[in-house]
Write a protein that binds this ligand. Structure first.
Ligand SMILES: [Zn+2]
Length: 356
């Protein structure tokens, strides 16, 4: 018997999964997808390591999923792409035998109509099917004051909780650049969350629902830079966890579920420590983009002479090259490297065989 069912988990199932991760000292990779090729690769890797996985979409990824030519002035294409991806995952996840957390990535106040579209759709869907499409959504209101940030999150958590969706929030700013959002020259003090801010958020949100997680800033950045540029301070997570434990009088219980953004390029030691302090999800995007790119790049390096012309290659001037330039060959080369890279992350996160 598997620990978790295959398919998209939501509500209590999601909380049970994160509780299991905390208790057993592992975290789940939250992997950004931009199309069926990456979604399928994420599920393939999870099936191989026999663990649950998080499939997530950014608003840019959602737009790409729906098609870049579509108008997106009120983020309607971003929402449509995310819903399309969600339906795809719902359709195939069980075939892969994988428990999946379906999630959306950073959403700032400026982009909140994206989440509104997704919630409008899911409220109707929930009324009909008794379940949401997504397990959770993220609101990243770290550019607002903490009071405004949490006040808006309270409203959304209330709305999401009605249809059994969890919320991920952000406190402090993740540095670097991702999905066109550039925080590389932000005020340094904002890159480090204070334990009192974590408690402030925890106290307010837990009154509404326990189904939330916190992406705290501890010097983590999006993207991969030269070593030495990233001053990771994982202790911030430990201090925050202890501070909240003291405030609520529950020492050693790790009440906060932390999310590690900007996991790409992090050392296995820092990852292990962050898990010890209550990280249950680590986001991966840049390293996965790199892996997919490397697979495609190497494919062309190997078969370059077979994709120059439709007919004629080093084996004979009359030979057809169809089987080399079929896009499925190219994409599959990217997928295979993607899967391989993700297996490494599962291992770094101590997340192998977690659904046995
Ligand atoms: Zn992030």
């Amino acid at each position: 018997m598997s620990k978790f069912r295959s398919g998209v988990l939501y509500g209590q199932e999601l909380m049970d999964l994160y509780a299991d991760a905390k208790q057993n000292g592992y975290a789940l990779p939250g992997v950004n997808a931009i199309g069926t090729s990456t979604v399928n690769s994420i599920l393939e890797a999870a099936a191989k390591v026999k663990s649950p996985v998080i499939v997530q979409l950014s608003f840019g990824g959602g737009h790409f999923y729906a098609g870049k030519s579509l108008k997106n002035d009120s983020l309607q294409a971003s929402a449509a792409g995310c819903l399309s991806a969600a339906m795809h995952v719902h359709q195939v996840a069980e075939m892969y035998g994988v428990p999946v957390v379906l999630h959306t990535d950073h959403c700032s106040l400026e982009n909140i109509s994206w989440i509104d579209h997704l919630l409008d759709f899911q409220e109707t869907y929930y009324a009909k099917h008794g379940k949401p499409l997504f397990s959770s959504h993220m609101l990243d209101l770290s550019e607002e004051t903490i009071e405004e940030n949490i006040e808006i999150c309270e409203k959304y958590l209330t709305r999401m909780n009605n249809i059994e969706i969890g919320l991920e929030i952000e406190l402090g700013i993740t540095g670097g650049e991702e999905d066109g959002v550039d925080n590389s020259d932000v005020d340094v003090s904002k890159l480090y969350t204070h334990p009192s801010e974590v408690y402030y958020a925890y106290e307010k949100l837990s009154k509404i629902s326990p189904n939330f997680s916190i992406a705290a800033a501890f010097g983590n950045v999006h993207g991969v830079y030269k070593p030495g540029n990233v001053k990771l301070s994982v202790e911030i997570l430990e201090n925050s966890q202890k501070y909240v434990e003291e405030q609520i009088g529950a020492m050693g219980t790790k009440p906060v579920s932390f999310v590690f953004h900007g996991g790409s390029g992090s050392s296995p030691e820092d990852i292990a420590k962050s898990i010890e302090y209550g990280v249950i999800k680590m986001n991966l995007d840049t390293d996965m983009q790199w892996a997919f790119n490397a697979g495609v790049r190497d494919y062309y390096a190997e078969f370059g002479a077979y994709v120059e012309t439709q007919i004629g290659n080093p084996d004979g001037e009359d030979l057809p090259n169809k089987k080399y330039y079929d896009p499925r060959k190219v994409l599959r080369a990217g997928e295979e490297r993607f899967v391989e890279r993700l297996e490494t992350s599962f291992a770094d996160l101590n997340c192998i065989g977690r659904n046995k």
